[in-house]
Structure formats: C-alpha cells, structure tokens
Design a protein around this ligand. Structure first.
Ligand code: NAI
Length: 292
C-alpha cells in the first residue's frame, strides 16, 4: 500500500477527536464516525477550538485551519468509511464492543485497508482474529491529547505484516510523532508501567497514607511528573483506568494488578473524571473539596 490519502476514525470522544484533528491538519481526508450525534457535535467544536489555539500561538496558519476543517467530515453512518485507506478505532475500552466493530469494518472497508486500534490495553491479536485480514490489523496507540503528545506506541499483533507496520509507522511520523514499538501483551509498554502507578496512588489514598493533594504534589515535585497520578487519572478517565487495570489483572495473572477498591467505587458512582466534571477532584464547584 502507498501513502495514506483517506482516514476513517471511529469514536469521537477525547482520543478520536484528537486523532481526526491530526489527520485533518496534515491535509488528509478524514471521516469521523460516532454512534452518538452529540459526541460528533462536541468533537467538531473541540477540534475547531484546538486548531484555533495552535493558530493563536503562531504554530499553524489560518489557511491550514481552513483546509483542515474542509478535510474533516462527521458521520453517524459507519458505511461512509468504506473508501478509507486506514480506519483508526477509538471507541469504548470494551473488548466485545471493539470486536464487533472490527467484524463490521472488515465487511465495509476495501480489501487493502488497514484496521488500527487505539486501545490502551486490549489484545490486538484477538481483534485481528475477529477479521478476515489479520495481517492488516495493528495497534496505533496515541497518547492523550493526541495533537500535543509526541508519542505513538505501535503494537504488532501475532500476524501483523511488515507492510502494515511500515505504513502505520510512516503515518505516525507524518503526524510528527516519535514511534515506539511494542509486542502485543497486556498494557503494551506505557500503560503496563503507568496504570499500576496510578492504581498505587489510589491505594495510598484509600489507606489514608496522605491526602489527594499531597499524593499529587509528592509525585509532581518529587519525581518531576507534570501531573500527579490522581489528576492524571481524572484526565485519562477513571473508567478507562479501571478497564486497563482489569485487562492487566486478567492478562498478566498477578494479584498485584487488582484494581484498588476506591477506583472501582468512584467508577460505580459515575465519577469518571474531568469528562464528567467530577472524579477524584470536583471540577464543577469553586471549592475543590470532594469526599475521598
Ligand atoms: P471517550 O469515552 O472520550 O470516547 C469514546 C467515544 O466512542 C464516545 O464518543 C462514544 O459515543 C463512542 N462509541 C462507543 N461505542 C461506539 C461504537 N460502537 N461505534 C462508534 N462510536 C462508539 O473515550 P476515550 O478516552 O476517547 O477513549 C477511547 C479509546 O482510546 C479507548 O480504547 C481508550 O482505552 C483509548 N485511549 C484512551 C486514552 C485516554 O487518556 N483517555 C489514551 C490512549 C488511548
């Protein structure tokens, strides 16, 4: 396969909208699909605002912005992605839902197209096995937020071909990203290390070692992290963090990966982090006081 000219992105949440933005500002035609029309409207306005911030800082021109918005189309019909050279999936982190999407995409997109997943932890090999094109299935794991973060982790499934790998790597580099390569084991590289650290921060809070503020300040000033682990968990989404911990626990089979009960409880309560206005911290109120 040659250069990518058209991209489909499935899932218009925080990751999918950022990935669609990257494609559009690089002049690539992009169809952004979500089953929720409200999510698509939100994605369009957040993409436009985000590109405008780059323009205001002098990092992109008005012409690039206008061209990017011309390249971007939103749809609630998955079949509109039929002509894409690559489809990047960024829907909910649930294996069965992703598998069923891959089965549908496999029927819809052209034979040569690559199916990529932005999953944080789910087995790419099992997603690939649900299709009739396992050689053309790959993990393309962007960091949050995709337009800013410099890394893409590329995950080879058991049958991913060299051609699929090199086309995907070239696309990430065209987006200005540095690529690292991971084998397909639970959590890959970044989340294998990051999410247990976040889970440990929840354990520290749960067992009363310190306040949430002191845990975050400790890790920011003590280890030079730009965000504390609890703030970062709110930013990622507590539901996403919990899903990844469950995948690590099931896939690596060690009790050290068991999700902290406090993380489970906050997700049960619908406190999913910034996207819901409340997680470990409360983003709705002037006061930052929250229960845990
Ligand atoms: P999100 O909750 O912000 O967005 C998910 C979107 O997918 C929603 O708009 C939802 O309506 C849509 N959706 C759900 N099922 C769908 C379906 N069957 N077809 C079409 N659209 C569907 O989630 P977020 O944070 O963007 O995560 C998406 C994926 O990216 C997950 O696999 C997650 O693990 C991964 N990821 C998340 C990161 C983060 O920091 N949040 C970082 C890197 C990867």
């Amino acid at each position: 396969m040659g250069e990518i000219k058209s991209i489909g992105v499935v899932g218009g949440g925080q990751m999918g909208s950022g990935i669609a933005q990257l494609a559009a500002v690089n002049g690539i035609q992009v169809w952004l699909h979500d089953t929720d029309a409200g999510a698509l409207n939100k994605a369009l306005s957040s993409i436009s605002d985000s590109i405008q911030r780059f323009v205001s800082k002098g990092q992109l021109s008005q012409e690039v912005k206008a061209e990017a918005l011309r390249c971007l189309r939103c749809t609630s019909n998955l079949e509109d992605l039929a002509a894409a050279d690559i489809v990047i999936e960024a829907i909910v982190e649930t294996e069965d839902v992703k598998k069923s999407l891959f089965v549908n995409l496999d029927k819809i997109v052209k034979k040569s197209a690559i199916l990529a997943s932005n999953t944080s932890s789910i087995s790419i090999t099992r997603l690939a096995a649900a299709t009739d094109r396992p050689q053309q299935v790959i993990g393309m794991h962007f960091m949050n937020p995709p337009p800013i973060m410099k890394l893409v982790e590329i995950v080879r499934a058991a049958d991913t071909s060299e051609d699929t790998f090199s086309v995907t790597k070239a696309l990430a580099e065209r987006f200005g990203k540095t690529v690292i390569c991971s084998q397909d084991y639970s959590g890959f590289v970044v989340n294998r290390i990051l999410i247990p650290m976040i889970n440990e921060a929840f354990h520290a809070l749960y067992s009363g070692v310190a306040t949430k503020e002191d845990i975050d300040t400790g890790m920011k000033l003590g280890t030079n992290h730009p965000m504390g682990p609890l703030e970062l968990a709110d930013f990622i989404g507590l539901d996403v963090c919990l899903s990844i911990m469950k995948v690590l626990h099931a896939g690596l089979g060690d009790t050290k990966y068991a999700p902290c009960p406090l993380l489970v409880q906050l997700v049960d309560a619908g406190r999913l982090g910034r996207k819901r206005g409340i997680g470990v911290y409360n983003y709705n109120k002037v006061s930052k006081e929250t229960k845990p």
